[in-house]
Ligand binder design. Sequence first.
Ligand code: TRP
Length: 333
Amino acid sequence: MTETGKKQGRVFSGARPTGRQHLGNYLGAIKNYVALQDEYKDTIYSIVDIHALTTVETTQNLKQNTYEMALDWLAAGLRPDESIIFIQSHVPEVMELHTFFSMVTPLGKLTDLPTFKEKIRQQPHNVNYGLVGYPVLMAADIALYKAVLVPVGIDQAPHIEFTREVVRSFNYRYKTDVLVEPQMKATQVPKVLGIDGVSKMSKSLNNHIELAATPEETQKRVMQMVTDPQRARRSDPGNPDVCNVFTMHKIFSSAEEVEMINTECRRAGIGCVDCKKIFARNLNDNLAPFRERRAAWAQNPDQVWDVLNDGGKRAKVIAEQTIAEVKEAIGLP
Ligand code: TRP
């Protein structure tokens, strides 16, 4: 513990610039970033634009998507005076470490990763070299800042395990202890379903609820949410246990309301329309401070870029130090 009462040890996480964030991004990642900012002295959050290039073929939206995501992070409560928020490519040292890591990584390990196999299924026309190296670059992200804790969704577990292995291999190969093996911090809500109630919430499936949407748009999306599929008529009793709206109520509504809905749904005392109206209202209430902060930052885009540029400078100081130690450890002349 430090004077500020916060824990020592650095937290690092990153996300590809996907533009405006949705509820799934918030519950799965951003909420955790903010909580860890309050808990740890050192928190670094990176918009990983280089990683994005492994899948994005046209970069025309990259700047806008970076800006929109930064805006959402700031609106959600990341504070630039407490966290470093930066753009991955602003600190090119990560590519140096990536190259050094590539020499201690067996190729088979990379091509065996489930995340790689999924990517080649998704984009068989573009199985690029960078895709193979994706986890190596991610390991470099984390190790460059000597992070001890990495908040990510459970789907990233193989990448964190890989990072630990690379760090171990590096330290072993060069008889050093300069790099640190990180721990994963899995987010509380492992999988947020979209409004279809079936698939993981995602922009590409268009089943998402955007954080920055207006209250009216949000209400509209909520009213489209799929509920218990067995409940065809208002007079049918419902089963909250299989209803995504109920899952969301448990996150955004008061204990009394959750209790009421749990009871009334089962005896057809409340219909899905009313249930969703209550959820929409509570969600909008919850998002009100987010929207206010977002509007304030959006008044001044230059300030958002200043945050990112300044974060890049602060990150670079740490990165340069690590790279110096790494080169020394390797024994480069
Ligand atoms: N691979 C991560 C994802 O798709 C993004 C990422 C890149 C990341 N570098 C990172 C996450 C470093 C945590 C730490 O979500």
